[in-house]
Write a protein that binds this ligand. Structure first.
Ligand SMILES: Cc1ncc(COP(=O)(O)O)c(C=O)c1O
Length: 419
């Protein structure tokens, strides 16, 4: 009987312990920053407390005026537009392309053409409805799939808008031989445990503007370091996550619990990790520690390999599912498969049937933010984002899966997916 978790952290117990021991002095953070900058091919990278913290620092350093507008895809992690709002800026939501879940370039062009004008004095793009300047596009790359980054950058350049890339789910993705996170003015990454470059939390900002990186570094250096007890919590969380998704505990404890709660209509894993948009999602401003950076370095050394395995796994699943043409598999080109999303109308029934056959899935944590009550003032209609929020199911795809498990997953999907 199979018992396949929805995700498995990519670090090993050895990685965690070796990050502490033997102690290697206090240069872990600068070493990690340099290695990451070199990996991406940018002039500078800096460790920040979290992905959203990175966006906050980039935007704060752009010298924007209150009420300036920031374009983002409607389907995104709520914490991203929340940073925009907290800085007194206005999010403008544009619907997504259902083929890659990222901003729809045609809709973006339409918005600029029909709803904006050029301010003849400043040359800046202005939203006709609000009279506010449009200064930034956040190009989010979800699920390991690149957005149409070259087209976005061309459009932005034409209209004197800066592009910030949200690479939280796209670390190591290449488009035409160039890494995502190097196309725009600046980019941010997250180092959360479920991502492909985990370092027990934290994030990175990358840019070719060294002045921006230095300003951010100066600001981050004023943040306190986590206390001993907080560091211990980070490590314990990582160990618990490893154990709970491991081959011993998952089939005998974690999965039976998930199934039992599932019968009550509850997703315990989601409830455990979910951040409630209404409660805030503020991340504490804490510097990254040396042991996190050392763990990050170890993961960086493995990143290309693990991304290759993700690609192979994604390719295998797509190939296996191809015989049922009605299954809308994700795009394979340039995809590193951070997750494998499918849209399913009877989502919870489908997830339940998969659980009964030994496969745990997730509905993820993206929202149609253009229709989220906390962004009511910026509400707009985004049918594709709305559908994605309602129907998305993430199928397990992480590197630790074997070809046998992947074939089993595809067989079950083919059996259980409605025609
Ligand atoms: C697409 C996306 N953007 C931004 C973030 C924010 O990262 P963090 O949780 O490190 O603030 C996440 C988090 O997972 C994300 O998935």
């Amino acid at each position: 009987m199979y018992a396949i978790p929805r995700f498995k952290p990519s670090f090993t117990f050895r990685d965690i312990f070796k990050s502490f021991w033997p102690p290697e002095g206090n240069n872990g953070v600068p070493k990690f920053e340099r290695a990451f900058g070199d990996y991406l091919g940018v002039k500078g990278a800096v460790c920040v407390p979290s992905g959203r913290g990175g966006l906050f620092l980039i935007l704060k350093n752009l010298k924007l005026a209150p009420g300036d507008e920031i374009i983002l895809p409607s389907f995104t992690f709520y914490a991203v537009p929340q940073v925009v709002v907290r800085l007194g800026l206005r999010p403008v939501f544009v619907d997504i392309d259902p083929r890659n879940y990222n901003i729809d370039i045609q809709k973006l062009k339409e918005f600029i053409k029909k709803r904006c004008k050029i301010n003849s004095k400043t040359g800046q793009l202005v939203n006709r409805l609000t009279g506010k300047s449009i200064r930034v596009i956040i190009a989010t790359h979800l699920f390991g799939l690149p957005s149409r980054i070259e087209a976005i950058c061309d459009l932005a350049k034409k209209h004197r808008i800066k592009v910030i890339e949200d690479c939280a789910q796209a670390c190591g993705v290449e488009v035409g031989g160039q890494k995502l996170g190097t196309f725009g003015y600046a980019s941010f990454f997250t180092l959360g445990t479920t991502k492909n470059l985990p370092a027990l939390g934290g994030g990175l900002v990358a840019s070719n503007d060294q002045k921006l990186i230095e300003r951010i570094r100066k600001e981050v250096n004023k943040y306190p370091l986590p206390k001993g007890i907080e560091k211990l919590r980070l490590v314990l969380e990582a160990i618990i996550m490893k154990l709970a998704t491991g081959t011993i505990l998952f089939p005998w404890l974690t999965f039976p619990l998930i199934k039992a709660f599932g019968l009550l209509g509850k997703d315990v894993v989601r409830d455990l990790f979910r951040e409630n948009p209404k409660r805030g999602g503020k991340r504490r401003k804490k510097r990254m520690t040396n042991f996190q950076a050392r763990l990050g370095l170890k993961q960086l050394a493995k990143l290309d390999n693990s991304n290759e395995t993700r690609k192979r796994n994604g390719g295998l699943l797509i190939q296996e599912l191809a015989e049922r043409e009605s299954i809308p598999v994700p795009q394979q080109k340039d995809n590193i498969f951070i997750s494998f999303p499918l849209l399913v109308k009877e989502r919870e029934q489908f997830r339940k049937r998969l659980r009964q056959r030994g496969i745990d899935t997730s509905r993820g944590y993206m929202n149609d933010c253009s229709n989220l009550s906390i962004f009511n003032k910026f509400k707009t209609s985004s049918p594709n984002a709305e559908r994605a929020e309602r129907e998305i199911v993430h199928i397990p795809i992480y590197p630790a899966l074997s070809p046998k498990e992947l074939r089993y997953i595809s067989r079950v999907i083919k059996d259980e997916m409605e025609e």
